[in-house]
Design a protein. Sequence first.
Length: 172
Amino acid sequence: MSGRKSNFASFAANIGVLLGLGLLAYEMRHNSDLVRAQISMERAVANMQIMADIANGGALVPIDAKLRDQVTGFPQALGWSSKLTTEERRRYQFWMYVRLVELNNDWFQCAAGLMSDQTCQKEVRESMRFSLHRFYETGIAFTRSDAEFVSVMQELAQLENLPAINDDGSWQ
């Protein structure tokens, strides 16, 4: 009888060890996802701050106001960049790089399941759509974005009747 108790105790202990290892693996994976999200956020914030400082030297609001006054349908209308001086165009382009970094980070958070589906589908996709004309107008491609982000931008470009986006994120 004592042999049966010993075998049962050993079996129960092994099950406990296996459950413990499974829980540990789950926790490690969860922590790994959180660490990746934190790293992505920190990179995005650093890039946004650098580019925002360059773009925002006090001149971005007047540029935006100028475009809204002079271009019907801005920012969805095309051809508006011709209204800007070379310096204004460059500032606006830097600002759009800030937006691209921010949107890439938002989409990363969505893909990692760290934001609600509703937020991802409503707010993030809408922000991507709203920025798409400006990306095209300023010549900003998505070549450093992940494939899923590029895929969404391809879909949105088609819906917005913009030129197609290649699989590598460049504009056609």
